[in-house]
Ligand binder design. Structure first.
Ligand code: LLP
Length: 404
């Protein structure tokens, strides 16, 4: 991802910023698109993972649809050329304003998450004399075996409709004349790398689609959601998610009838490896038991490690990877950093500048001896990085830099 020219270019730039390698993005999109097309599967990009304009334009150019979770995402999808017939709108709390916006835009489908929501969409559609396409988001109670905070398909989660509520859904669908039932929708969680989990999901989907068919509802669309994980530990050697195995599981275990469509909502797997957060070391500081590398980026720029204990590879771009290789260049008179590094030296707690103890990217990170001004890359941050930036501490908005 980084050659000498790139690193020299970074030297001239104000940090922190997100660096997008558009080549990685292109390769990823191409691989996913080819893998999905061979089975006739439809992929909607989950915009929540990254709505950087350049990223959206490139994803759109590969013919993906959009999976939106707010009115503004629907708007942005349309502005970036995603066809309205490929836009799905999910979310457990869609406001009337957002529903109206999506109705006006004539999107492909609402993924509805409660009986109450069905009634509201029906009323709003009636007022506009429109018919809204609906997929019912069902909670399949399949454990995604991922971090608790990004698990969404268990009965305890707020998302979707539990299967014991399906008779109420059927009643509502029969009564709501401005709704057109299209199919069923699922999303069980994110950063899922165990393909067995998807097999379990397929088995549940098969049971649930039978229930609908047996109750007189024709299921045209099976939307299995997203969640495919990426390799946070090997961003260079394993930069493309395993789309092939992922789609193969659905091909093998999902009962797809001849006139049915299978849809996916992938976010992370399409964008995660294409970006790194680039920051500079501000200070190197001794703690009681540890050395702190204080960066100019913190939880305001990337919150995943603090929120989900997420692992991101951390690299010093200014030093040779050989540990301590430039040690001799900085004498003991250098007052920009504490002179006595702890014996665990070359292990650092990499922290940000934010006034919160939790503002730590990782503890005990092995790095070459590092100095003020060194460029640090935090890898695999193209998904849920830039989009989760906050203005806490009245920080400057992080920049974006592109490989071309
Ligand atoms: N569809 C629905 C309904 C979703 O809620 C999500 C993600 C996706 C699709 C896309 O999932 P993906 O393919 O990206 O796993 N901020 C967390 C991840 C939250 C995921 C929210 N929903 C993180 O940084 O790990």
């Amino acid at each position: 991802m980084f050659n000498t020219t790139t690193i020299n270019r970074f030297q001239q730039l104000e940090t922190p910023f997100y660096y997008y390698d558009l080549n990685v993005l292109r390769k990823t999109l191409e691989t996913c698109s080819n893998a999905a097309t061979q089975y006739g599967f439809h992929v909607h990009y989950a915009m929540k993972a990254n709505f950087n304009p350049k990223v959206l334009d490139m994803i759109q150019s590969y013919g993906f649809g959009a999976d939106c979770v707010s009115g503004n995402e629907v708007k942005a999808a349309i502005e970036h050329g995603f066809g309205k017939e490929k836009i799905v709108f999910a979310g457990v709390g869609k406001s009337d304003k957002e529903i109206n916006l999506a109705l006006d835009a004539d999107i492909f489908c609402f993924n509805a998450e409660s009986v109450q929501e069905l009634v509201i969409i029906n009323d709003l559609a009636k007022a506009k004399n429109k018919i809204a396409n609906i997929a019912i988001r069902i909670n399949p109670n399949v454990d995604a075996h991922t971090h608790h905070f990004i698990t969404t398909g268990l009965e305890e989660n707020k998302f979707g409709i539990n299967t014991w509520q399906l008779p109420d859904v059927a009643d509502a669908l029969r009564k709501c004349s401005n709704l057109q039932f299209l199919g069923i929708h699922f999303h069980i969680g994110s950063q899922i790398t165990d393909m067995e989990v998807y097999k379990s999901l397929c088995i549940r989907i098969n049971e649930i689609q039978d229930w609908f068919e047996n109750h007189g509802f024709k299921v045209k669309v099976l939307n299995t959601g997203g969640g495919l994980g990426v390799d946070y530990h090997n961003p260079d050697t394993n930069s493309i998610a395993d789309f092939e195995s992922y789609f193969k599981v659905f091909k093998k275990f999902l009962n797809v009838k001849p006139d049915q469509e299978v849809h996916f909502e992938l976010g992370r797997a399409l964008v995660a490896q294409s970006a790194a957060l680039i920051s500079r070391v501000l200070y190197v500081k001794n703690g009681l038991k540890t050395n702190f590398l204080v960066l100019d980026a913190g939880m305001t720029e990337l919150i995943r490690p603090m929120l989900y204990q997420a692992y991101h590879q951390i690299e010093n771009l200014s030093r040779d990877s050989e540990v301590g290789s430039r040690k001799s260049e900085v004498g003991s008179q250098d007052l920009t950093q504490d002179s006595e590094l702890k014996t665990s030296d070359l292990k650092y707690d990499v922290v940000g500048p934010i006034c919160e103890s939790t503002d730590c990217f990782r503890k005990d990170v092995e790095l070459p001896q590092s100095y003020r001004g060194d460029l640090i890359a935090i890898r695999t941050t193209g998904a849920y990085g830039e989009v989760m930036v906050s203005g806490y501490n009245l920080r400057d908005r992080v920049g974006s830099v592109y490989s071309e």
